[in-house]
Design a binder for this molecule. Structure first.
Ligand code: GLU
Length: 550
């Protein structure tokens, strides 16, 4: 009896690995093209850290003319959640991170290197496991859970490393004929890798992000095939990333310490190892200390948070690039109008420790991005968001599309567009006062500022309506009239004049225009008042001003 007999008893019907090696040939890509993947487990809602990995992996593949694929790692079927795959696929789609290959919904996929869902690749893993058994590098383990637990306690008591290795790997030493006997008798077993590593020796590894690291060689006989016939993460990683032609494994740095094992698996399976880039997690500052963004504690950890708030997906993507490479910010300053796709992302410039999540920065990016949209784009995107999240906003915008477009066009499409909108959930507050129906619905609370004498305000507004206001004025004329109004009431025409001789004036043109602004809009801060008057139209302006002085 030899290893081949054992392999045939365990896997009588699987194909030879040469079948798979031919079926999935080396990819025909141009020199330097990088193949990356995002390989989530469908075990919970999509985390911003997952999107971060996908953004990086896709960008690196795209910018080298390579391939980015999505692989669903569903070998831990107990932890799987309903609609887990759909949530991943849809989230990627929402954030424009759809893969070139892989799952496109719960069942369907695109690409020639599939199936891209691990639970459908059982016989592939088994073929490679059989290959290892034949080489004497994998063996059945009959240890029961209680046996392993007992062993662990003994190891702990003896202050030894825990695990299945060296003298502790008892099933490694079962003679082949005995093992075959046990299997034939229907004893339950799993398959373990027979590690030839020596932990006294070190392996040197160069991680694309973390740089040079060294680790002791792996000597654990890890499980490769579980009792349900499915592989463990480690084994599936080696088989899949080999067959799928991954050149760069970009993944969370919780896997860094598994590198010695993974390199060993690639070596014993006769595969060329990929490059590894281990990404540090996104961190959050709390009470002066840094910690990982947590699924449990932080709502912003879920990608759905951004969708619900109506932060454009572009802004989230750009923010993630921003934390990936610290030179992005500089690049953005120099290339304000260039598509972020043009930025050259470098894995080796990524931070070794985790970047800090900064909501203010994200919202700033979002404001800048929204400021560049046309009124029509804002309208369409806001409606698409409101459709799902805000019935009021949808109604408001759709009541009179033409008017809404005018409202959204205020301070837009010019050199210094308005930057006051960070997310669609802010939009209603930002524009609602420009709709007469809404404006007159409630009694306005006018909070006057420097000029707050009711009588004076009344006189200023009356004078403005009767002597100065003309909806057809151009901007310069309009502004000159605001200055004339100021002069009439003893306020400086220019702020500068006022600052030079404050004793000569009651205030300046800014104080006067604030009065008009507050009467017109109910607010002290608004975009350009000239543009607002143009959008409101003569009737509305007069009505609003008269209402205010009542
Ligand atoms: N399924 C693994 C995880 O979600 C993937 C790790 C990897 O990218 O290789 O952590």
């Amino acid at each position: 009896m030899d290893y081949k007999d054992l392999a045939n008893v365990i896997f009588p019907n699987v194909k030879n690995i040469s079948y798979y090696e031919e079926k999935y040939p080396v990819r025909n890509l141009k020199e330097g093209a990088v193949v990356t993947r995002y390989a989530p487990s469908p075990t919970g809602f999509m985390h911003i850290g997952g999107l971060y990995q996908a953004v990086i992996a896709k960008k690196i593949a795209n910018q080298t003319g390579g391939v980015f694929f999505l692989r669903i790692e569903d070998t831990d079927q107990k932890r799987e959640i309903e609609n887990g795959v759909l949530d991943i696929v849809n989230s990627l789609k929402e954030f424009c991170m759809s893969p070139d290959e892989g799952m496109i919904d719960e069942e369907n996929e695109i690409g020639d290197y599939g199936p891209y869902k691990q639970s459908l690749r059982k016989e592939i893993y088994q073929a490679y496991a059989k290959y290892l058994i034949e080489k004497g590098l994998a063996y059945p383990c009959f240890c029961k859970a209680e046996t392993l637990e007992e062993m662990r306690q003994k190891q702990e008591a003896a202050k030894e490393r825990t695990g299945y290795y060296g003298v502790w790997s008892r099933c490694r030493h079962i003679p082949i004929n005995e093992a075959i006997e046990k299997i034939k008798n229907g004893e339950e077993y799993i398959l373990r890798f027979k590690s030839l590593g020596n932990p006294e020796k070190k392996i040197k590894h160069h991680d694309v992000i973390k740089g040079n690291v060294d680790f002791p060689e792996n000597d654990q006989d890890i499980v490769i095939i579980k009792s349900d016939g499915l592989p463990t993460y480690h084994f599936a990683h080696a088989v899949d990333d080999h067959l799928m032609g991954t050149t760069h494994v970009i993944r969370g740095d919780e896997w860094l310490s598994s590198v010695p094992l993974h390199l060993q698996l690639f070596q014993e399976l006769g595969f060329k190892a990929p490059k590894y880039a281990h990404i540090a997690p996104i961190m959050k500052e709390e009470d002066g200390a840094k910690r990982k963004l947590s699924k449990r504690k932080d709502p912003e950890a879920a990608v759905s948070f951004y969708l619900e708030a109506g932060i454009p997906e572009e802004a989230v993507d750009e923010y993630l690039l921003n934390i990936a490479n610290s030179n992005f910010e500089q690049w953005r300053k120099q290339n304000p109008d260039v598509d972020m796709k043009e930025f050259d992302l470098q894995l080796n410039k990524m931070s070794v420790s985790g970047a800090l999540f900064d909501m203010v920065k994200l919202l700033d990016i979002s404001k800048r991005i929204i400021s560049k949209y046309s009124a029509k784009e804002v309208y369409d995107k806001a409606i698409a968001w409101a459709e799902i999240h805000d019935e009021n906003l949808k109604k408001l915008l759709q009541r009179d599309t033409e008017y809404s477009l005018k409202v959204l066009g205020i301070e837009r499409g010019n050199e210094k567009p308005r930057k006051d909108i960070a997310k669609w959930s802010d939009l209603e507050y930002n524009i609602v006062y420009l709709f007469d129906e809404e404006f007159f619905k409630e009694k306005q609370e006018y909070e006057f500022q420097k000029i707050n004498d009711k009588d004076e305000i009344k006189k200023i507004v009356e004078s403005y309506i009767s002597k100065y206001f003309n909806i057809n004025d151009d901007k310069e004329t309009w502004f000159n009239k605001m200055k004339d109004l100021s002069e009439e009431f003893g306020y400086a025409r220019e702020v500068k004049e006022y600052k030079q001789n404050p004793e000569n004036y009651k205030g300046h043109v800014g104080d006067i225009s604030t009065v008009i602004r507050i009467c017109l809009t109910g607010r002290a801060n608004t975009p350009d008042m000239y543009e607002i008057m143009k959008v409101l139209g003569k009737e509305s302006v007069v009505k609003r001003l008269q209402e205010a002085i009542k």
